[in-house]
Design a protein around this ligand. Structure first.
Ligand SMILES: Nc1nc2c(ncn2[C@@H]2O[C@H](COP(=O)(O)OP(=O)(O)OP(=O)(O)O)[C@@H](O)[C@H]2O)c(=O)[nH]1
Length: 309
């Protein structure tokens, strides 16, 4: 019996890792292997996924729909040779990935013999302006989906779910639309029992030329950051950012890792796990549209956040 694959797509910061985390935390004895793809050079997502030490494979510094396509197939082959085999595999794409290309890559005959794409889930921030669904990348992420999960309904305000459903319908997206409060989606919806072998091969359109639209810039330091200065730095950088995320220690609370997230113009901080041995104390990835932010500007703004900066 082929191992079912769940492909999780969605725009930068939509809530994909949150969904994968919830799924792994509610695996109920299922062996779920996860492959996470970070567009930036630092594997932030792998560290943010529960139980990252076993079962989670990170592919960073590129996109599995184009530059890391071979790595994805090799990783899947390795996962499928594990003994015992995983019961299912989750692939979390980066927010800039075109899932149609990944679907095409998963049609590789060697992989197809043992693993089959079961469900494509697109996570969509319910606060996304409906006009943004006209964007070519978002449209591609929605079109290939079997299920669209609306995230951040708690932030989007009354009526956002209804408005978003209408906007999705207007795009003629045939997917089922569900609410995902903080990543909560019933696992049975994502891996319907016994459905795998019966699913028909998917049709994928012609390959689109890779569009270099975003770039990821990393900033690391072995020093902890000053929290107020970091807040100032993020306010300065925010207008230029599409997404940022990172792990760091603060001067105010040394020895504790904080998780920083910036998505859809909103920044949050939360306590993280214990510091990772051997990793830099501060690791932040910034994603911006090409040409919006230079490394020199980023370094200048961020260096002011560390002790003595
Ligand atoms: N309030 C609220 N926050 C959410 C919800 N879902 C996700 N988030 C937050 O949104 C931010 C981005 O979520 P992620 O799950 O990291 O998003 P992502 O799509 O994996 O991001 P990339 O992989 O960088 O594209 C994090 O701060 C999450 O905690 C939700 O339903 N409600």
């Amino acid at each position: 019996m082929a191992v079912p694959i769940l492909l999780v797509t969605g725009f930068l910061g939509a809530g994909k890792t949150t969904v994968v985390n919830h799924l792994l935390a509610h695996a109920e004895g299922q062996r779920i292997a996860a492959v996470v793809n970070d567009f930036g050079a630092i594997n932030i997502d792998a560290e943010l996924i529960a139980g990252a030490s076993d079962g989670v494979v990170s592919l960073a510094n590129g996109c599995i729909c184009c530059s890391l396509e071979g790595d994805l197939l090799r990783t899947l082959s390795t996962l499928l040779r594990r003994d015992p085999k995983p019961d299912c595999i989750v692939i979390e794409t980066s927010g800039v990935a075109d899932p149609a290309d990944i679907v095409r890559n998963l049609m590789d005959p060697v992989i197809l013999r043992e693993a089959q794409l079961e469900t494509v889930l697109c996570v969509l921030d319910a606060g996304t302006p409906p006009s943004a669904l006209d964007d070519a990348l978002m449209r591609s992420q929605l079109r290939v989906a079997d299920i669209v999960a609306l995230s951040k309904l708690d932030l989007a305000g009354a009526g956002a779910g209804v408005r978003m459903r209408e906007a999705i319908r207007a795009q003629r997206v045939p997917a089922v639309v569900v609410d995902a409060h903080h990543g909560e989606i019933p696992p049975a919806l994502l891996f319907p029992a016994g459905a795998c072998c019966s699913s028909a091969p998917r049709e994928v359109g012609p390959k689109r030329p890779a569009e270099e639209r975003f770039e990821a810039l990393s900033w690391t330091s072995d020093k902890p950051v000053s929290l107020p200065r970091l807040q100032q730095a993020i306010s300065r950088l925010a207008p230029k950012l599409a997404r940022a995320k990172g792990l760091f220690e603060t001067l105010e609370q040394p020895g504790r890792t904080m998780v920083f997230q910036f998505a859809a113009g909103r920044a949050t901080l939360a306590p993280g796990d214990a510091p990772t041995p051997g990793a830099a104390r501060t690791r932040i990835v910034f994603i911006a549209e090409l040409g919006m932010l230079s490394k020199a500007e980023l370094d200048e703004v961020m260096e002011a956040c560390v002790a003595g900066g």
